[in-house]
Write a protein that binds this ligand. Structure first.
Ligand code: ZN
Length: 419
């Protein structure tokens, strides 16, 4: 049997931001062998041909910042303490399937215990899901955003705790402890290192504006990542924390609620990527109360919501590289994995991006943000054949990418997942 597939007559949106063109993609095995305008690609006789006339062909979508927690409500305290770990893992299996079927062929897990292990089950084909780039445990200072200080202290750090849950952080203070924690995260299999450089919304006693870690501590963590040919992804919401992270050499800035002009300039100069995660903020605003987000989280979210959108607009205007990430945790109503195309919609409708820019944010830029731009994110020869076929024109209406009935075919590494 031949392992050649030809996708012909499609309108190709290759993820680079170029205008769509009518053309053919030839897949051999796992990879894209050739891409070209109509008539330019020689289709071998033994190739299986799919005629995609009138349909749109895009790279598989990428969510560069989410968490595979297995949570089903917004009550992070209850979910962490009362749901058995095995149940959380079983729910994650379902979430991975939902993600893939929504057209997400790659995800970045920005902190947690499950993704870094379960990725092997996806790779070996035991379960269905997107390719996973995972941080493993987040690094947090004592009384930091990741030091889930709404839980008793002995529950948080997996190095000390007998209690297993899907979040958890490596608590470290001072340069030496930060080095050790970064090395521990790498030892656990981290593809990149996640650090909390500021307080946040869903951490009870701190605030997004609070600066966490010193610049020396952040530098030490970045250095450990770089020694192992990896990069750092920082939760950074307050202006000073964002700036510290950028100066320390952090590659990916998540949330960026209070990003200012100076930070925008720095981000461009350093070729950093901002992942705004507008989706989680939107969902907390709409569903927060109904799904049991603690009162302190709701209040802080309301306080920062408008500034967040305004400041991301500023970053967009400055030409800062933006990538999609939802920060979804899994859920029954909100934060649900499978609904992750929402971020593209918000980038268009709230920030003012064009649909093609939002698609680049969800493909090329998101691939870079998870460290996999060498193998996925664009439709180019040599890259893995991660592709989706869409019925309606996403450039007319970005919302069609959130409609699962519209996504007609999904290929992951050349394998047809949905037809
Ligand atoms: Zn997050």
């Amino acid at each position: 049997m031949s392992n050649l597939i030809a996708l012909t007559n499609a309108k190709i949106l290759d993820g680079t931001g170029e205008k769509p063109f009518d053309g053919t993609v030839l897949i051999q095995g796992k990879s894209i062998q050739e891409v070209g305008p109509k008539g330019s690609v020689n289709i071998p006789k033994d190739a299986e041909v799919f005629d995609l006339s009138g349909k749109y062909l895009l790279p598989g979508l990428i969510d560069a910042h989410l968490h595979l927690t297995g949570f089903r409500s917004g009550d992070t305290v209850k979910e962490s303490l009362l749901v058995p770990y095995e149940v959380l893992v079983a729910r994650v299996v379902k979430d991975l399937e939902a993600l893939l079927k929504a057209g997400f062929t790659t995800i970045g897990d920005a902190g947690g215990a499950i993704a870094v292990g379960i990725k092997k089950a996806v790779e070996e084909g035991t379960i269905l899901g997107p390719r996973i780039s995972a941080a493993g445990y987040t690094l947090s200072q004592t009384f930091g955003h990741g030091d889930e200080h709404y839980l008793p202290i002995d529950y948080v750090d997996p190095r000390e705790s007998k209690f297993k849950t899907s979040l958890g952080s490596l608590i470290c203070d001072g340069v030496e402890e930060c080095q050790k924690a970064a090395r521990y995260a790498l030892r656990c299999g981290a593809d990149f290192i996640k650090v909390s450089a500021t307080g946040g919304v869903l951490s009870e006693r701190d605030r997004p504006e609070y600066t966490q870690f010193t610049i020396e501590e952040l530098r030490a963590i970045v250095q450990e990542a770089q020694h192992a040919k990896r990069f750092v992804h920082a939760h950074a919401q307050g202006t000073e924390g964002i700036k510290n992270a950028l100066l320390a050499g952090v590659k990916v800035i998540a949330h960026a609620i209070f990003i200012d002009e100076e930070c925008c300039r720095l981000a461009k100069e350093k070729d950093a990527i901002v992942v705004p995660t507008l989706s989680i903020v939107e969902h907390i605003m709409v569903y927060g109360q109904a799904i049991g987000i603690p009162e302190w989280g709701l209040k802080k979210c309301e306080q920062v919501y408008e500034a967040h959108v305004e400041n991301i607009k500023l970053a967009y205007k400055h030409g800062v590289k933006l990538a999609t990430g939802t920060d979804f945790l899994g859920g029954a109503k909100a934060f649900k994995h499978g609904d992750n195309a929402l971020e593209m919609i918000l980038l268009v409708e709230k920030v003012g991006m064009t649909p093609i820019e939002a698609i680049v944010a969800a493909t090329k830029n998101a691939a870079e943000a998870v460290g996999l731009s060498n193998i996925t994110g664009t439709i180019e020869p040599g890259k893995l054949a991660d592709l989706i076929v869409v019925k309606e024109d996403p450039l007319e209406n970005i919302r069609v990418l959130a409609d699962k009935n519209n996504i007609m075919m999904i290929f992951k590494e050349g394998v047809l997942i949905k037809d």
